[in-house]
Design a binder for this molecule. Structure first.
Ligand code: 5CA
Ligand code: ZN
Length: 416
C-alpha cells in the first residue's frame, strides 16, 4: 500500500541516547537495544471511520520513538498494517450502504492526510490485510499442519469450517500481557473475541480463518475453505513477513495488550518455535473525551481532520499530544489546544530571533527526555525554559535558534 510523503529530518549536531521504554510484558523499563537497524511494528487502523485524537496519540508516540532511534544513530525499519477487512468495517459499510472497499479506501486516504499534516514519518512497509492473504493463509496452514488449529462448525450456507487456534497447545500463552484468565475473560468479548461461540475448545481460543458467509468478502487459498483472515493472525503474518522474530518494538494502544498482542505473539511462537516475537511491547494509554475512551464504536470522537478543517495548526495538535506522557490516560479538552497554540506561538517567536542563548543544554535535555521512556512533556518544558530566556534576556549565539529549531523538528517532529 502507498503510505504518505516522508517529512525532511534535519541534521542535528551530536547524537541522541539509546532509548529506554516501559515494557508492558515485564512491567519494567527496558533498554531498546537494537543492532544497527531497529525493527518496529505498530498496529495500524481499521479504516471504517476517521482518525481521532487517540489514534493520533498512538502514531505520534511511536513516531517519537522512531525519531529517537534515528537520532541515536540507528536505521529504522518500520512496519504498520491496515486492518482493511474485518467485521467492524463490513458492518459500517453495510449500515451506510457503501462498498467496504470504498469505505476503506476513503478512510485510509484521510489517515494519510492526517499523518502527513501531523509530521509523522511514514512506515517503510504499509501493509493491508487484503494484500497479505497468501502469507496469512500460509501461516494458518502451518498451524493446522502442526496440530495447533481445529475446525468449528459453521452454518450450512458457509463455505466450510472456521479455524481456531488451540491455546492449550501453546505453553507460551499469557507471556505478553501476564494477565490472569479472569482478566482476559473480562475484556475478550469487547475486544473482538467470541467467548461463547459453540464448538470452541476454550472460550479464549482465537479465530484464525473465517469460512465465507453469504454476502461477505472471501478469498480462495490452497488447503483452506474460501474465507478471510482472523484479526490477530494478520499481524502475526505481516510482522513475520517483514521483520522476522525478535524484532525490537511491538507498539499500539493499551487496548491491544490483550487479546491482540498476546495472540499475535502466541501464534508467531507456535509458527517458528522461536521466541520472543517482540523484545519490547510498548503501549499508548487510552485517550478519552469527557472521561470515556474515545472510540469509533462509541462515536465520541474528536477528529484530526475536523480540527484541520477548522483551521487548527496541525503542529498545535501535535504539541497537545506531546504534552501528555504516553503512559498516562488523558481526555481531550479545547483548553489543551489553546495552551498548545500559545506554546507554539512562543516557540516561533523565540526561534525566529537572530541570536539567542546557547542551546547545548536544551538540545541535550530534549535528547535525554525522549530517551527516558519518551518523556515528551519534559522535553517541551526544556524548550519552554530556553524560549522564555531567549525572549526575556536574549543571548549572543547566532547559531542557537537554528540548531534548536532543527532539534525539535528532527527529534520531536515539531516544525516551527
Ligand atoms: N487495526 C487494529 C490494530 S491491528 C486497531 O486496533 N485499529 S484501530 O483503528 O481501532 O486503532 C488504531 C490504533 O489506535 C491502535 O494501535 C489502537 O490501540 C489505537 N487506539 C485506538 N483508540 C485509542 C484511544 N482512544 N487512545 C489511544 N490509542 C487508541
Ligand atoms: Zn495489529
Amino acid at each position: 500500500m502507498i503510505s504518505w510523503p516522508a517529512p525532511f529530518i534535519p541534521e542535528v549536531p551530536g547524537t541522541g541516547h539509546p532509548p529506554q521504554l516501559f515494557d508492558s510484558s515485564t512491567r519494567a523499563l527496558r533498554a531498546v537495544n537494537p543492532g544497527p537497524t531497529a525493527r518496529m511494528y505498530v498496529c495500524g487502523i481499521t479504516p471504517y471511520d476517521a482518525t481521532h485524537l487517540g489514534h493520533a496519540a498512538t502514531y505520534v508516540t511511536f513516531d517519537v520513538l522512531g525519531r529517537a532511534l534515528r537520532d541515536a544513530g540507528h536505521d529504522v525499519v518500520y512496519v504498520q498494517n491496515i486492518t482493511d477487512v474485518d467485521d467492524p468495517l463490513l458492518e459500517r459499510a453495510r449500515r451506510d450502504g457503501v462498498r467496504w472497499q470504498d469505505l476503506a479506501a476513503e478512510e485510509i486516504a484521510l489517515f494519510r492526510e492526517d499523518m502527513t499534516a501531523l509530521g509523522v514519518l511514514p512506515p517503510d512497509h504499509y501493509v493491508g490485510v487484503v494484500e497479505s492473504i497468501e502469507p496469512v493463509a500460509a501461516a494458518v496452514r502451518s498451524l493446522v499442519a502442526r496440530g495447533a488449529a481445529y475446525e468449528v462448525d459453521t452454518p450450512e450456507s458457509s463455505a466450510g469450517s472456521d479455524l481456531y487456534l488451540d491455546l492449550s497447545t501453546e505453553p507460551g500463552f499469557g507471556a505478553v500481557s501476564n494477565w490472569t484468565r479472569a482478566e482476559m475473560l473480562a475484556v475478550f468479548a469487547d475486544r473482538g473475541g467470541d467467548p461463547d461461540r459453540a464448538g470452541k475448545r476454550d472460550a479464549l481460543d482465537p479465530l484464525l480463518w473465517r469460512a465465507a458467509r453469504e454476502g461477505e468478502p472471501s478469498w480462495t487459498a490452497a488447503g483452506l475453505p474460501a474465507g478471510r483472515p482472523g484479526w490477530h493472525i494478520e499481524c502475526t503474518a505481516i510482522a513475520l513477513d517483514h521483520l522476522g522474530m525478535a524484532f525490537d518494538v511491538q507498539g499500539g494502544g493499551t487496548d491491544l495488550i490483550f487479546p491482540h498482542h498476546e495472540m499475535s505473539a502466541t501464534q508467531a511462537v507456535a509458527l517458528t518455535g522461536e521466541r520472543p516475537f517482540a523484545r519490547t511491547y510498548a503501549h499508548q494509554a487510552m485517550v478519552g473525551l469527557d472521561g470515556e475512551k474515545m472510540s469509533k464504536s462509541k462515536g465520541n470522537l474528536v477528529l484530526v481532520s475536523k480540527l484541520r478543517a477548522d483551521g487548527v495548526d496541525p503542529m498545535a495538535i501535535r504539541l497537545v499530544l506531546l504534552e501528555q506522557h504516553y503512559r498516562t490516560e488523558w481526555s481531550w479538552t479545547p483548553e489543551l489546544l489553546t495552551r498548545a497554540q500559545d506554546r507554539l506561538d512562543t516557540w516561533r517567536a523565540a526561534l525566529s530571533v537572530n541570536a539567542g542563548p546557547d542551546v547545548t543544554e536544551v538540545v541535550e535535555a530534549v535528547r535525554r527526555c525522549v530517551a527516558d521512556d519518551l518523556d515528551t512533556p519534559g522535553a517541551l518544558r526544556a524548550v519552554d525554559r530556553w524560549a522564555k530566556q531567549c525572549l526575556t534576556r536574549g543571548g549572543p549565539d547566532a547559531g542557537a535558534p537554528g540548531v534548536l529549531a532543527r532539534t525539535i523538528d528532527a527529534v520531536l517532529g515539531v516544525r516551527v
